[in-house]
Write a new protein. Sequence first.
Lengths: 172, 238
Amino acid sequence: MTPSREVEALLRRMAARDRAAFITFYRRTSGRLFALLRRMMPTPAEAEAVLVDSYLAAWRESGRFETSGLGPYAWLVHLARSLALDRLRARRQIAPPDAPRPPGPPRERQRQRSLLSFCLAGINAEDAAAIEAAYLDGAGYPELAARQGVPLDRMRQRVRGGLVDLMICLRG
Amino acid sequence: MTAPMDRREEDVALAGEYALGLLDPAARQAFERRLMAEPALRRMTAEWLEGFATALEDLAPETPSARIESELDERVSALLKRRGGFSLLRFLAGGLVAALLALALLAALTVTSPRVSAHLVAHYQADLRSEDGRLHFTARFDPSSGLMAVTWHQGRAASGRVLQLWLYPRGAAAVPVPLGLLADRADTVLALPPELAARMAGGDVGISGERAGGSQSGFPTNLILRATLLPAGIFTGT
């Protein structure tokens, strides 16, 4: 990925309304963000729609980045996931309950090099699978419970316990 | 893990659920209210967002269609040409409020002083109450964060209608500006563009009854309540 400092500099130029910086920002960051949105959204068209909304919001909100307390990738992903989850929630209201989707494509072992992957590998496997599906697929509790074949309360307990264990590792 | 969680672990889990998007609307709203008041919770939420975002390193990049870049370039050019509050408000009204709010809440991360935090949404305030007391809201606006918090006390829209919040900037010629739709029998927090902050002081806020989706004309259809945004000290005596 492009180093954070370069992306931060692009965001600052965007805040100063630099359109060229915006296009460079898009080119540097959209590949992996789009991969995430493809996993979260049911169709490629919806993933592209969220991608467009996300970058327009990033342009609009770039002035707030400096005070967010987040790094540029976490800032952008938080924004995009908020938009994606909003759409997914609206869909669920129209057609509840969630039909369990197949899990996302398996990631190649050598590609699993992130801190999150490292820490997920160290906690209970079912907890980790649920947390990963919630983050990468945008799955809600009903869908997670259906995937793992457990009652909703048990699913919630599993995720919450997993999160406490996960944070211990993330904090190193 | 079967042992009951202590309070700190509860918050770790809750902030993680929020960052994952797992909370139901009521729990999410309650958590966001806490976020505005508790710097430690904001820091914890930021920790989660940073930790989760590292997952992107594991994903193989995918190339969106080439027309996306052209579309973005065109739309940003158009935004630059018609810079100003109105276009930004249209942007806000375009369904992006949730994302903007998510960012605005985290923007408060840098607010570490409890004194500042306690006054995060208390610079200007308006009490919106109908004469018969059946409808009652308090609107608070903080220019530094751009957050408008509308506290629900009593009442709801007529059947089939929604309540919409408006700004009436100071000045006889100023036209009302739509700020957003209010939640049904719940508090609402809106993230407003910085350009609007300067127009808030001394202006009025109003609440109108509208069809689902809000006013189509750009003007309030049935104005129900209106009150002036005054410095919050007038209300609290501080």
